[in-house]
Design a protein around this ligand. Structure first.
Ligand code: PBG
Length: 333
């Protein structure tokens, strides 16, 4: 597009910035409650609420409280809730069998939320890190994260979640070939309507620190995730991964983390035009909150601006721990 523009003083850009009405009229992108996916941490127990130290304002919730939270989110108009389990270390095994137990925390939560809050869509995390003692997203033998064996395990996990009623599966593991394997297993098992939101371009990032605290993987993780998550220096690889995952049957794709990777969001949306999401991850949340709590920036404004930036970059929506607060603010206008 070649803008046709008279020069100053015929053109004065400040004319359209003069009043709130003119600014609203000419705003190019907007944030709405329909853009939000709310990640929620689950824990065992009843009426149990465990604050996550590195994420002020975020609690792990027992199933009953998660259902209440889902109901509130639904009332606020939040379309999707995304579940992450804090798994009892006692059920963690090298083979990660708890991941496809129909009665595991996530699968019980899916069923409870679908039964009691039918309007909200339930998204899950498909990865093995909550289910083993080393904190990796895959099966590990002699320090190597096995790809194909992990994909088989992920397929079992995905089928159990679909069976429990999940609307959207979110494979966050970054193994090769998992989207195609999951998609064909879902088709064969009759779960033709289950959507896949692939964590397609997921970087090996320092910004996941507080999340690992929230799911109890902080002390556990041996080494790093650089053999499967992306190198933060790479750009073209993100496009190749998105192309691959769409070709294998992903319905939607994600870039993660969010704010440091807005260039990737923009390129992915421009290149493919597919439903594109960003994950404003735990470290991004923690940074904004920490600065706000110190009085160093206006937390509400920073939160809203950070989310609007994702929309401007071309994202269709954002996974954000701020979702309920943002929904309330947007509702107030
Ligand atoms: C792991 C997973 C991670 C996040 C979502 N799923 C952490 C990781 O890859 O180590 C991070 C989310 C966040 O930081 O908010 N399957």
């Amino acid at each position: 597009m070649q803008p046709v523009q008279a020069s100053y003083p015929l053109t004065r850009f400040r004319r359209l910035r003069r009043t709130p009405a003119l600014r609203a009229l000419t705003q190019e992108t907007t944030l709405t409650v329909g853009d939000l996916i709310w990640p929620v941490f689950l824990c065992d127990g009843v009426q149990e609420r465990q604050p996550v130290g590195s994420m002020p304002g975020v609690d792990r919730l027992s199933l009953d409280l998660a259902v209440e939270a889902a109901a509130k989110a639904s009332d606020l108009g939040i379309p999707v809730i995304c579940l992450f389990p804090y798994t009892d270390p006692k059920v963690k095994t090298a083979g990660c069998e708890e991941a496809w137990n129909p009665e595991n925390l996530t699968n019980r939560a899916i069923r409870a939320i679908k039964a009691q809050v039918p309007d909200i869509a339930v998204m899950t995390d498909v990865a093995l890190d909550p289910y083993n003692l080393h904190g990796h997203d895959g099966l590990v033998v002699d320090g190597i994260i096995l790809n194909d064996e992990t994909v088989e395990a992920l397929v079992r996990m995905a089928l159990a979640q679909a069976e429990a009623g999940a609307d959207i599966l979110g494979p966050s593991d970054m193994m090769d070939g998992r989207i195609g394997a999951m998609r064909s297993a879902l088709e064969s098992a009759g779960h033709k309507e289950t959507a896949i939101l692939s964590y397609a371009a997921k970087y090996a990032s320092a910004f996941y620190g507080p999340f690992r605290d929230a799911v109890g993987a902080t002390g556990a993780l041996k080494g790093d995730k650089k053999t499967y998550q992306m190198n933060p220096g790479n750009r073209d690889e993100a496009l190749r991964l998105v192309a691959r995952d769409l070709a294998e049957g992903a319905d939607m794709v994600m870039v993660k983390p969010g704010m440091p990777y807005l260039d990737i969001c923009a390129r992915v949306k421009e290149a493919f035009g597919a439903p594109t999401f960003a994950y404003q991850v735990s470290g991004e949340y923690a940074m904004i909150l920490a600065a706000a709590r110190n009085g160093w920036l206006d937390g509400e404004r920073a939160m809203l601006e950070s989310l609007l930036a994702f929309k401007r970059a071309g994202c269709d929506g954002i996974l954000t721990y701020f979702a309920p607060e943002v929904a309330r603010l947007l509702r107030l206008g």
